[in-house]
Design a protein around this ligand. Structure first.
Ligand code: ADP
Ligand code: ZN
Ligand code: ZN
Length: 742
């Protein structure tokens, strides 16, 4: 056996490994992540390194490979744990060890830290007076020396910057003082801290019975050394964040650290302030706008134990706490927890793997749990904890569904239903605010009937077909194709076609209908620039507009007390995506949108306009009934073998030559069918976007209940591609339980 050993864990050097032999007596102990002692250079030096990979093949002449001398017994470095996690990621999601290492050690590069130096005076007043008189006795003495000496006699420590800056004394003078033994110079790395530190203390809170129950259940398990995964299920405003904070307090009291993952879009100032108010300087944050240097500082501070709580999006999961006690994932259903680049890891599963390695607990929180997590909670794999009520006791808003087919029949061709217009007029007159949400997700060219709502679906996969050039409808899972019908197959109407309307179009209609209203629009066009997004929300919160129109961006994590009406303009658009998650996404979006209404003292109204008023996702969202939604959705997943009923592996094959991509995809599909007939294999077919920048993309979907079987397929496919010179120009990627279609 041989081990690839890395000497220095800084990103630039991750590629540079050295191969060592693992001697017989160390075979049992050495693992990926082990910190080992090795001979280096001419063989006399001994240094430590980390084993990042193992193999049976020597890369150079086996006689020249030196043996590992031993396993380092010092305290287990957090690097070891992260390297072991990288190995787990490689195995479970498919990537190279290097890609996995770069994911878990996500420092761009070591930036020179800003050094802060202080100068401390070492002489007694008496000695100082002597030196001063000696100095003054000289005919042409240095003014700078005199000035520094006199200042130091008054103040015994001075920042270096002040001496060379304000006082305009050259650095050489300070160095001379140091040589004379008059002063000591201390350097301290100045860590850039992104947290503003002007705070009032939080007011004390008494937990509600449901909150206490959740907290004590988890802390009892912690005390007994039982480490579990908990699903905290409670509507927005039910006090989940408060529960997280209690659990963090307990974790800190036990001398451990905490990681809190929050989707970037919900990482608002208000949320962060609550954590700072309670935990002060022990908290740090991470976000994608930080410079590599700032991130590096945060990691260093975490490693040194200067901070104990890290809050951030997906990548904050890899904060190098060696004493990790808890990982909290808020809004655990968010698709952004799945990486869209290789390795395509899911933060939830990876958090659970890290927690197991480091003896930590995992708490998942959501008002609309992912179907995956709720299924695990039902089966007992996770512990389900429920917060049934809003803390304020405020009632949920009144939701109603408007049938757009009926509007059309009754002659209203506007995209604003009569009921919505009526309520809008009422709120404008009362000077209350309105949010209009345009559900634009998954607008990829489905075909539906405006008269009866019928959507054309794949007969094999039960997802919408997508419209392609030449009026071809295609399924993105199995490749089924058919021609676009001219009349609705369900009702015979000729109003059948693609649906195209963006936020801009809606804004026009709203301005025409209510010319006096002040309207703000928020979508990717209006939020370019660093803070565009925040500025629009702030302006709306301050009451500078009556109506805010936007995409999903406006429904997440924002609290607007004066909003009493939420209109969902086309609630079913997201139902028609060609992805099997469409029912789940629709339910989540509608529930979140509804949650925006009536958060202040006035109860709210929600109007959901739709062509599919009887779809279970829409009915359940109207009643804010998660469990009703879940029962329908899990039945669909089980019927169709979609996750969590089975696991799914997407194999993406790309090449500059279409013929090559085709040949490879067919060969792989044949291979899977031959070697693993128990796997359900769909495709090969064209990817959603079949050609990007002259690269052709083909997909194969594999389904099986046992994840391990899919890992085997992945490894076999990777080997086949590597071994066959005919596929040298083909690239193959893997995506386990994909959240989006390729
Ligand atoms: P969630 O995270 O589920 O949306 P929060 O924890 O943010 O809920 O709670 C909603 C609001 O209720 C917050 O303003 C919070 O400060 C307040 N709150 C939470 N728990 C309590 C409590 N036990 N007593 C009083 N107020 C509370
Ligand atoms: Zn029809
Ligand atoms: Zn299909």
């Amino acid at each position: 056996m041989y081990g690839d050993v890395i000497i220095d864990i800084s990103l630039e050097k991750l590629d540079k490994t050295f191969q060592y032999e693992i001697p017989e007596h160390l075979r049992e102990t050495v693992q990926i992540g082990s910190r080992v002692v090795i001979p280096f250079g001419n063989g006399k030096r001994r240094i430590t390194g980390y084993v990042v990979d193992m193999s049976t093949e020597p890369k150079i002449d086996a006689g020249r490979i030196k043996p590992i001398l031993g396993v380092s017994k010092d305290s287990i470095a957090v690097e070891s744990q992260l390297i072991a996690l990288a190995a787990w990621i490689r195995r479970n999601y498919g990537c190279t060890m290097n890609q996995a290492l770069k994911t878990v050690i996500p420092i761009k590069k070591k930036e020179a830290g800003k050094e802060k130096k202080t100068v401390t005076f070492l002489l007694t007043q008496e000695q100082a007076r002597d030196e001063l008189s000696t100095l003054l006795a000289r005919k042409r003495h240095s003014q700078a020396k005199e000035k520094l000496l006199r200042t130091l006699m008054e103040r015994s420590t001075l920042p270096w910057e002040d001496i060379t800056g304000k006082m305009q004394i050259p650095a050489t003078v300070i160095r001379d003082f140091e040589k004379n033994g008059w002063v000591r110079i201390d350097a301290e790395r100045a860590y850039r801290n992104p947290v503003p530190m002007t705070l009032e203390k939080e007011r004390p809170i008494v937990l509600s019975p449901a909150q206490s129950e959740a907290v004590s259940r988890i802390t009892q398990d912690m005390e007994a050394g039982r480490l579990g995964t908990y699903l905290l299920y409670g509507v927005t405003g039910s006090g989940k964040t408060q529960v997280y904070m209690e659990l963090i307090a307990k974790t800190l009291a036990d001398g451990k650290s905490a990681i809190v993952l929050i989707p970037e879009i919900a990482l608002t100032y208000q949320t962060l302030m609550r954590f700072y108010q309670r935990f002060g300087k022990q908290v740090s944050i991470m976000n994608s706008r930080m410079s590599p240097g700032e991130r590096f500082d945060q990691y260093e501070r975490a490693k040194k134990g200067d901070i104990r709580i890290m809050i951030g999006p997906r990548s904050a999961l890899f904060t190098p706490f060696s004493d990790l006690g808890i990982i909290i994932i808020d809004e655990e259903h968010e698709p952004s927890y799945k990486s869209e680049t290789v390795p395509r890891y899911h933060a939830r599963e990876t958090a659970i793997a890290r927690a197991k390695m480091q003896g930590a607990s995992v708490v998942l929180g959501s008002a609309t749990p992912s179907v995956e997590s709720f299924a695990k909670a039902k089966s007992g794999e996770y512990t389900l904890l429920t917060l049934p009520d809003r803390i304020s006791g405020r009632t949920l808003p009144t939701c109603e569904i408007v049938d757009l087919r009926a509007e059309l029949r009754q002659g209203n061709r506007s995209i604003l239903s009569r009921r919505l217009q009526e309520l809008m007029a009422d709120r404008l007159q009362k000077k209350e605010q309105i949010m209009l949400f345009v559900n634009r997700r998954g607008l990829a060219g489905f075909v539906s009937c405006r008269a009866c709502g019928h959507v054309i679906k794949c007969p094999h996969c039960d997802v919408s077909l997508s419209l392609h050039r030449g009026d071809v409808l295609r399924c993105h899972y199995c490749g089924y194709e058919t021609r676009k019908p001219v009349v609705c197959p369900s009702c015979g109407s000729k109003y059948i076609g693609g649906f195209k309307a963006g936020t801009q179009k809606f804004e026009e209609v709203v301005r025409q209908t209510f010319p006096m209203a002040r309207v703000l629009r928020m979508d990717t066009d209006t939020t370019r620039g660093k803070n565009g997004h925040q500025e629009i929300l702030d302006a709306f919160r301050r009451g500078q507009a009556d109506i805010l129109i936007g995409t999903q961006m406006i429904v997440k994590g924002h609290d607007f007390p004066n909003v009493t009406l939420v209109g969902v303009l086309a609630a079913d658009l997201s139902l028609n995506s060609s992805d099997f998650h469409s029912g789940e996404r629709t339910f989540q979006l509608l529930t979140q949108a509804a949650g925006r209404a009536g958060r202040g003292d006035i109860p709210g109204n929600v109007v959901m306009q739709t062509y599919q008023p009887t779809h279970y996702s829409i009915l359940a969202a109207k009643d804010q009934d998660y469990e009703a939604f879940y029962e329908e959705e899990i039945a669909y997943r089980e019927l169709m073998d979609y996750p969590p009923a089975a696991h799914m592996l997407l194999i993406l094959i790309t090449s500059e030559k279409e013929e090559e991509a085709d040949r490879c995809a067919k060969a792989l599909a044949d291979l899977i069918e031959e070697k693993a007939p128990q796997i359900r294999c769909l495709g090969p077919s064209d990817a959603v976007v079949a050609k990007v920048r002259d690269i052709y993309k083909k997909v194969i979907y594999c389904k099986h209940k046992d994840y391990e079987q899919l890992i085997e397929i992945k490894d076999r496919v990777a080997q086949t591609i590597q071994a066959d010179a005919g596929f040298a120009k083909v690239m193959v990627w893997f995506d386990f339980d994909p959240m989006n279609q390729a």
